[in-house]
Design a protein around this ligand. Structure first.
Ligand SMILES: Cc1cc2nc3c(=O)[nH]c(=O)nc-3n(C[C@H](O)[C@H](O)[C@H](O)COP(=O)(O)O)c2cc1C
Ligand code: SF4
Length: 688
């Protein structure tokens, strides 16, 4: 069945050996536009994944065209040398077809790294003048860009040509012109941002003129030694006034159909539209927008859509939706996805769950993290390989207590190191919090975190899982393993203390998510109090509303689920709840609970508000299930290892729990001196 994925396809004069490729992904880790050791390890890892093609991240053709000061560029000899070093390394380890995405960020340039809060740089932060087809700011609070003159456009085309020549000199197989996500070339295309009245504005033909010239000039400049691809947003998802796939997106593609060597098509407008989470999109969700493309061009077409299932990939190709598959997040979750499919090891794929924690770690300012792949972002810093883990030094046994995300990951990774591992779970099913959270609307894919690990543990003779096996301290001691790892999870607080609320309240009768998971009934108007700000409050609100309850969500912050702005989900969540008629009260703190009203105080005025309430659900802080750890501490001296991991150590994201389990497994029995990590973080020295 998957054999169709492993047929060659031609791009210009390059042949791709098969149909699974890696889409471009910003790393925000360059120094003065030059790629760093980070790229060597990150791209090196993706290059040996078995993918047939890899597109390196958005790369500025001028210093001012970079999205942030930390993005790579290809405008100087130093940038060229740095990229050549990465490309040479990739070449030395892999036959992958290698390209770079050339970009100008237009009015979205001069912005903070996502993890520093998006938004424009200020003058004292090295802000620079941005360019755009017209002087229309991106949004409130953004500076007006400079409306490009013809001379500016000639210079820009020249910059793209020179960067393409540099790419060809480096020996890259192709360049990709970036015309999506609202950056400069897509700004020219969109009537929302292009208000010009010269031959580059007005009619669609005029608005496509610049990209047409770019394609022609870059092709002329390299004469076939390097292919020219275009990444085009065929739908901005900005409504009928913008580019739509049944309107001007289709017409633009028809106008340019045979010009590039490859079409890379997606939905644009913003990255949040394109990298949509599983809660708001199915695998392959872009099909409805990109399906027309192949009918208008004879050139190869690639697209994206969180593809993890080989069957879905084959179906895309068989039905002529695209010629090959682009994978961004699926390549993060499992860099060896193509190789596993190729070798018939589909069951071993760590499927992306679409949680967008990878996007959040970008936005939050930490090294990239992935819920499914704890090694992501640690290739260079800690030398962690996604598939290879060093063997243990001694033949010893480990008891892991608790089969949630941390316990499962620890068990799998320890067993892969060669330890004899026993995993004891008190309840009748493995999964811990995943069991419950994956039953909330839109979060079903989260159970893959459990399923993958259980499946892989099942293949290992030196790991055993025992359900219905509650362990008290004496049971643990009687078991006799020298290493004991506690992964007993956490529970939701009942006293109203959360991210903002610091004062414990007496809230008799209020429920927590744990109560709802256990089947406690709700009655009357349901008030959900969110002082956690991630996914659970809104998902519970959605679930209860769909069951027919009147639901009122009160949050301590100004918007619903505010932290999900990091996962690019916040606006989708707020829209969904409003669409379901969930009442929303922002910026209110819980003050108390009386018979049939919950009391809240405005964060700004202190004014008290009484909300009719049959059931109050507290989605606030969580506390570690630490009882077993406490009971074990007096016996720690009798054990070689006693460690609490995951939520029972520090409640956090599922990604944190998985990471914690993996880290424990990597570090067990290792000399502390060998665990020192690299801390360098590139800092830019110049702004444009
Ligand atoms: C961390 C991250 C960085 C990204 N950076 C870029 C980029 O530099 N250029 C680009 O065109 N798209 C970028 N994207 C979008 C992806 O290339 C891709 O279009 C999108 O994630 C949808 O594909 P997927 O469903 O396979 O993840 C990025 C996505 C992620 C998750
Ligand atoms: S963090 Fe989540 S969305 Fe991102 S790659 Fe990993 S599993 Fe997929």
């Amino acid at each position: 069945m998957t054999s169709q994925l492993f047929t060659p396809v031609q791009i210009g004069n390059r042949k791709l050996s098969h149909r699974i490729t890696v889409a471009p992904m910003c790393q925000y880790s360059s120094v003065d536009g030059s790629m760093s050791d980070w790229h060597l390890m990150h791209l090196g890892s993706l290059a040996i994944s078995g993918a047939s093609m890899l597109v390196m991240e958005a790369t500025g053709v001028t210093p001012a065209g970079r999205i942030t000061p930390y993005c790579p560029g290809l405008y100087s000899d130093a940038n060229e040398a740095a990229m050549k070093r990465v490309a040479d390394y990739v070449r030395s380890i892999s036959p992958i077809v290698l390209g770079v995405q050339l970009a100008h960020a237009g009015r979205k340039a001069s912005s903070h790294r996502p993890w520093q809060g998006h938004g424009p740089l200020q003058a004292n932060e090295g802000a620079w003048q941005t360019l755009a087809p017209s002087a229309v700011p991106l949004a409130d609070g953004w500076p007006a860009p400079h409306a490009m003159s013809k001379a500016d456009m000639q210079q820009l085309t020249q910059a793209f040509v020179q960067a393409t020549q540099r790419a060809a000199r480096i020996g890259l197989d192709f360049i990709e012109l970036h015309s999506t996500h609202g950056y400069l070339l897509s700004e020219f295309l969109s009537p929302l941002s292009n208000r010009r009245d010269d031959e580059y504005g007005g009619s669609l033909e005029n608005r496509t003129r610049l990209i047409r010239e770019m394609i022609e000039d870059t092709k002329d400049a390299v004469g076939g030694s390097c292919g020219v691809a275009v990444r085009l947003a065929v739908d901005e998802l900005h409504g009928p006034g913008g580019i739509t796939s049944h309107g001007e997106g289709r017409d633009a593609l028809a106008l340019l159909a045979e010009l590039p060597d490859l079409w890379d098509v997606n939905v644009g407008g913003s990255l949040g539209n394109d990298s949509r989470s599983a809660r708001f999109s199915e695998e392959g969700f872009q099909e409805e927008h990109v399906a027309f493309v192949k009918s208008l061009t004879s050139k190869p077409v690639v697209s994206v859509g969180r593809f993890t299932s080989p069957d879905r990939m084959v179906s895309q190709i068989r039905r002529g939706i695209q010629d090959f598959i682009g994978a961004a997040r699926p390549s993060i979750a499992d860099p060896f996805l193509p190789q596993k499919i190729m070798e018939g090891r589909e069951d071993e794929i760590r499927e992306c769950i679409g949680c967008n924690i990878c996007r959040a770690s970008n936005n939050e300012g930490i090294q990239i993290r992935c819920t499914q792949n704890p090694t992501m972002g640690e290739e260079w810093r800690k030398g962690w390989h996604p598939e290879i883990i060093p063997p243990r030094h001694a033949r010893e046994s480990v008891l892991v207590v608790g089969a949630g995300p941390a316990g499962l990951e620890a068990t799998l990774a320890l067993a892969r190191r060669g330890y004899e591992v026993t995993l004891a779970e008190a309840s009748e099913a493995a999964g811990g919090r995943l069991l419950h959270e994956s039953r909330l609307p839109g979060l079903a894919t989260w159970i893959r975190v459990r399923d993958h690990r259980l499946h892989m543990i099942g293949k290992l003779a030196n790991a055993s899982v025992f359900l219905n096996s509650p362990m008290a301290a004496q049971d643990v001691l009687d078991f006799g393993a020298p290493h004991v790892v506690l992964a007993t999870g956490s529970h939701w607080r009942r006293d109203g203390i959360g991210v903002v609320g610091e004062i414990a309240l007496s809230l008799d009768g209020a429920l927590t998510p744990d109560d709802l998971y256990a089947g406690r009934p709700v009655s009357g108007p349901v008030v959900i109090y969110d002082d956690e700000h991630y996914a659970i409050a809104s998902a519970l609100a959605e679930k209860l509303r769909r069951q027919g309850h009147d639901v009122h969500l009160v949050t301590t912050l100004p918007v619903v689920s505010s932290w999900t702005a990091m996962t690019d989900e916040q606006s989708f969540i707020q829209s969904r709840l409003l669409g379901l008629d969930v009442a929303i009260t922002p910026s209110h703190m819980l003050g108390g609970l009386r018979a049939d009203v919950a009391q809240f105080d405005c964060a700004y005025t202190g004014r008290r508000k009484e909300v009719p309430c049959g059931t109050l659900v507290l989605v606030t802080g969580r506390l570690p299930n630490a009882a077993l750890h406490q009971d074990m501490l007096p016996h720690a001296g009798a054990l070689a290892t006693l460690r609490a991991i995951g939520d029972c150590h520090a409640p956090g994201l599922i990604a944190d729990a998985v990471y914690s389990g993996h880290r424990l497994a990597r570090e067990l029995g290792e000399d502390a001196a060998s665990l020192v990590l690299r801390r360098e973080r590139p800092a830019p020295r110049q702004s444009p």
